[in-house]
Design a protein around this ligand. Structure first.
Ligand code: HEC
Ligand code: HEC
Ligand code: HEC
Ligand code: HEC
Ligand code: HEC
Length: 287
């Protein structure tokens, strides 16, 4: 009897534990490539922040640190020295040029300043009407015109609004751009939700996540080309790519339902069998 019970337990454990995924691709990617090289270890204090928030500093300086603390960069461990350079561990030397301190960027240097990390975006921006006008004629928006500098938040389409985008031209073209982005943006959120749901259920979605992540990054750099026609053409490409990912996600949901039914079926089968074995052994003992 004991042996049958043990066998059942082992089989059930195997059935329920297959396909449980490890940490998501995105987290791993960010840990390995995005954050570690730039930042001082968590918990270490930065001399930049200590001195810039000391009583000797005027209110504008305090305001800069306050804004940075609420920013998406701060949440992702991108600190003062990651943008401005310098030595955050050494208060007396921290703003020396010999220690890599770059100071505050000149207006004209801002695209390169931000683009040292956001490479694909810089590339699209420099080729765009915005980038060209900014570099050639010192007009046109730079990164900080649209994103700010110390209070930068996660980007989304709400940045495209009449107040910002009608400063230099009519809002019409901006609105067309927003419409072109809208369809893909919506699909991206629905795929992201499904992936998160599957992951919560313990399904391995690494492959889908990888292609989703790649598509997402490519797509989100695209805005900076400000080329409405190109965005329209690419949008249909991305919609197709996302539909392929979606159909794989549907497969996973179907498999999941099947596996659940199948496990329940096996479970009942084993219960049935053990009752039979139990009854047989009883009747054998009685003989
Ligand atoms: C011991 C105090 C102290 C420390 C440490 C310190 N700063 Fe400063 N920082 C100042 C003062 C004072 C000013 C304003 C006067 C000036 O421009 O020199 C300033 C100005 C700046 C400016 C503006 C300079 C410009 O070109 O307009 C930047 C950017 C800056 N600090 C970044 C940093 C960074 C990044 C670190 C850490 C690597 C850091 N600071 C560490 C005191 C400090
Ligand atoms: C994402 C990159 C980034 C980070 C992180 C960052 N800065 Fe800056 N900082 C800039 C840019 C860009 C400017 C140029 C001026 C502007 O456009 O606001 C600037 C300007 C400054 C200035 C000069 C302000 C002026 O009015 O001349 C100071 C001082 C400064 N930063 C301090 C800091 C301190 C202190 C931190 C950390 C708490 C910090 N920065 C973090 C990008 C950054
Ligand atoms: C004319 C305004 C504008 C300018 C100029 C601009 N951006 Fe953006 N940026 C946006 C908008 C709008 C989005 C959101 C696009 C979307 O949701 O599809 C965005 C998205 C982003 C993102 C998020 C995309 C991702 O891949 O996660 C980053 C990072 C970014 N911008 C950095 C930059 C940098 C760096 C520069 C300068 C080289 C810059 N931006 C110039 C408006 C601008
Ligand atoms: C030292 C590298 C570095 C520099 C320099 C830098 N960033 Fe970032 N930025 C990051 C990282 C890391 C993230 C967080 C990961 C992510 O969300 O993509 C981020 C996130 C962002 C986001 C939000 C992206 C999203 O997911 O919606 C925007 C917008 C952005 N940065 C704009 C800028 C602008 C504008 C500048 C220049 C003022 C700048 N960054 C300078 C590394 C950097
Ligand atoms: C600081 C001024 C400035 C701001 C702010 C600005 N733009 Fe522009 N924009 C320009 C200039 C200059 C051009 C013209 C480049 C050219 O001649 O092709 C342009 C061109 C464009 C074009 C291409 C127009 C065409 O006919 O091909 C689009 C699309 C666009 N901007 C969208 C936006 C959006 C969206 C925003 C807000 C997030 C924005 N712009 C904010 C200066 C600005």
């Amino acid at each position: 009897m004991k042996r049958y019970l043990l066998l059942q337990i082992v089989i059930l454990i195997v059935l329920f534990s297959t396909d449980f995924s490890q940490a998501g691709y995105r987290e791993t990617f960010e840990k390995e490539f995005m954050l570690s090289p730039w930042s001082i270890a968590k918990g270490e204090t930065s001399a930049c922040i200590q001195c810039h928030t000391s009583d000797d500093m005027g209110p504008e300086m305090h305001e800069i640190t306050r804004q940075w603390k609420d920013s998406w960069h701060a949440k992702n461990n991108i600190s003062c020295h990651d943008c401005h350079g310098g030595a955050p561990e050494d208060a007396s030397m921290s703003m020396m040029h010999q220690r890599g301190f770059k100071g505050s960027p000149q207006d004209s240097d801002i695209p390169e300043f931000c683009g040292s990390c956001h490479i694909a975006i810089l590339d699209n921006y420099l080729k765009s009407g915005h980038g060209k006008t900014f570099c050639d004629a010192a007009e046109g928006p730079s990164c900080v015109t649209c994103h700010g500098s110390h209070n930068i938040q996660q980007a989304n389409m709400d940045i495209i609004n009449e107040q910002l985008c009608s400063q230099c031209h009519t809002y019409e073209r901006a609105k067309e751009m927003k419409q072109a982005l809208f369809i893909v943006e919506n699909k991206l959120s629905s795929v992201e939700e499904s992936l998160a749901h599957l992951q919560m259920l313990g399904i391995n979605v690494d492959d889908q996540e990888k292609s989703f992540f790649r598509t997402h990054l490519e797509f989100r750099a695209l805005f900076h080309s400000i080329d409405v026609e190109a965005v329209r053409v690419k949008s249909s490409d991305y919609t197709q790519k996302l539909e392929i990912i979606e159909s794989k996600i549907d497969d996973s949901f179907n498999k999941l339902a099947y596996r659940r039914n199948f496990s329940a079926y096996l479970f009942l089968l084993f219960i049935g069998l053990s009752i039979v074995v139990f009854l047989l052994s009883k009747s054998y003992e009685q003989k």
